[in-house]
Design a protein around this ligand. Structure first.
Ligand code: B12
Length: 316
C-alpha cells in the first residue's frame, strides 16, 4: 500500500507561506490549491497539491517547520548582470535558471536577424558566462547554477556548430585547444565554431591538453592553422617555455593563433605566435583572410605541379 500523504489545514499552510488563512481558503475554493473536504467540511491540502501550487505561483515555503518539513536554504534569486539589452538579460537569466530552450530560441532569433553563429554566441553566451562568473563571485548564484550554465553553454555551442552546412573535405585544416594548466572548455569550443563558420575544417582538441600530445596532434594532422586558447596559467615560466616549444615544432607555413583571458599584455611579448585575437569577431575576420590565402597558395601549388608534370612529359 502507498504511504499516506500528510494532510495540511489552510491555517498550517498559511503559516508556512506567511500569508493569511483567508487567502489560502480562497485559493482552495478557486482551485488554485487542489484541496479535499473532510466529512466535517474542513479543507485539507496534500503536500503534492501544495508543491504544485508553489511551482505554478512561484511562491516559496518560508516556514517549512510548521508543516513538519525540513528547513530548506533560501531559493537563489537568478538575475545576472551583463550587457544592457533586454535580449542579453533574458538570455543570462535563462542560462542561470537552466532554461535551454529559451537560450536556444534567443540565439536563433539573432541568427535569423542576420548575425553569424559566432557573433550570436559571443554576444549572448560569452556575455552570459561573464555575468554568471560575476554573480558567483558576489555569491548571488550557487555553484551548481554556474556548473549547469557551463554545461548548457557547451551544448548550445555544439547545437550551433552542428546546424552549419558541411565544410568541404578539401578545406584547410585547423586544430587547437587549451594547455594542460587550463580547465576552461567554452573558449576553445567557440573558436572551433568560429573557424568552421569561416570555412575551415576546424577541430577542437579540448581543454587541459598535455604539451606532448598537442605537438603529436600537429604532427599527425598536418594542419594549416593551430590555435591556442589560454584562460588560466599556473606557472608563467613553464607555460612560456612549453608554448614556445610547441610553436617551434610547427612547420614554417603553419599559422599559430592565440587568444584568451590569461594572455595578458605582460605575457604576450614572451610568446611565439603568428597573431593574437581578443575576440571571436576579430578571429572570424582573420580566418576569412587566412582561408583565401591558403586557397590561393594551394591553387598556385597545383599550377606549379601541372607545369612541372607538363614539362617532364614533354622531356620524355
Ligand atoms: C565556468 C567557469 C569556471 C569553470 C570552467 C568549467 C569548464 N568546463 O569550462 C571552472 C569550475 C573550472 C572554474 C574554475 C575556477 N575559476 Co572560473 N570561471 C568560470 C566562468 C564563470 C566562465 C568561464 C567561461 O567559459 N567564459 C566564457 C568565455 C567564452 O569567455 P572568455 O574566457 O572571456 O573568452 C573570450 C575571449 O577571451 C576570446 N578567446 C578565448 N580564447 C580564445 C582563443 C583564440 C584563438 C581567440 C582568437 C579568442 C579567444 O573569445 C572568447 C569569447 O569572446 C568565469 C567568468 C568569466 N568572466 O569568464 C569564471 C572565472 C574566470 N573564474 C574565476 C575563478 C576565481 C576560478 C577559480 C580560481 C575558482 C576556485 N576558487 O576554484 C577556479 C580556477 C581554475 C583554474 N585552474 O584556472 C574568476 C577569475 C578571476 C581572475 N581574476 O582571474 C572568474 C573571472 C569568475 C569571477 N568573476 O570571479 N571556473
Amino acid at each position: 500500500m502507498a504511504a499516506e500523504q500528510p494532510l495540511f489545514s489552510p491555517k498550517q499552510v498559511a503559516c508556512a507561506l506567511s500569508v493569511s488563512e483567508s487567502s489560502v481558503k480562497r485559493w482552495c475554493d478557486c482551485g488554485a490549491i487542489p484541496s479535499e473536504k473532510t466529512a466535517g467540511g474542513h479543507r485539507k491540502i496534500t503536500l503534492e497539491a501544495l508543491q504544485s501550487f508553489l511551482a505554478k505561483s512561484n511562491r516559496n515555503i518560508s516556514c517549512p517547520e510548521t508543516l513538519g518539513l525540513p528547513k530548506m536554504p533560501p531559493t537563489r534569486v537568478v538575475c545576472v548582470e551583463g550587457k544592457n539589452s533586454p535580449r542579453n538579460q533574458t538570455f543570462r537569466d535563462a542560462l542561470a535558471r537552466g532554461e535551454h530552450d529559451v537560450c536556444r530560441r534567443l540565439l536563433h532569433e539573432m541568427i535569423n536577424e542576420g548575425a553569424t553563429r559566432s557573433q550570436a554566441a559571443e554576444c549572448l553566451i560569452a556575455d552570459a558566462m561573464h555575468g554568471v562568473g560575476h554573480a558567483w563571485q558576489c555569491d548571488q548564484i550557487d555553484v551548481y547554477q554556474e556548473r549547469r550554465a557551463c554545461d548548457m553553454a557547451l551544448r548550445l555551442i555544439f547545437d550551433l556548430s552542428s546546424s552549419l552546412p558541411p565544410v568541404p573535405d578539401d578545406a584547410p585544416l585547423a586544430i587547437g585547444g587549451s594547455p594542460q594548466c587550463d580547465p576552461y572548455q567554452l573558449p576553445t569550443a567557440l573558436v572551433e565554431l568560429t573557424l568552421r563558420e569561416a570555412g575551415w575544417r576546424a577541430t577542437s582538441l579540448g581543454n587541459q591538453l598535455p604539451l606532448e600530445s598537442f605537438i603529436q596532434a600537429t604532427a599527425d594532422c598536418q594542419p594549416q592553422l593551430v590555435w591556442l586558447s589560454v584562460s588560466s596559467i599556473d606557472d608563467e615560466d613553464t607555460f612560456v617555455a612549453n608554448q614556445n616549444r610547441m610553436a617551434a615544432s610547427l612547420a614554417e607555413d603553419v599559422v599559430l593563433l592565440v587568444g584568451g583571458r590569461a594572455l595578458t599584455d605582460s605575457i604576450r611579448p614572451r610568446l611565439r605566435f603568428t597573431a593574437h585575437c581578443d575576440s571571436l569577431r576579430q578571429l572570424a575576420d582573420l580566418a576569412e583572410i587566412l582561408l583565401i590565402k591558403c586557397e590561393h597558395s594551394r591553387s598556385q601549388l597545383c599550377q606549379e605541379r601541372a607545369v612541372h608534370t607538363a614539362a617532364t612529359t614533354h622531356q620524355k
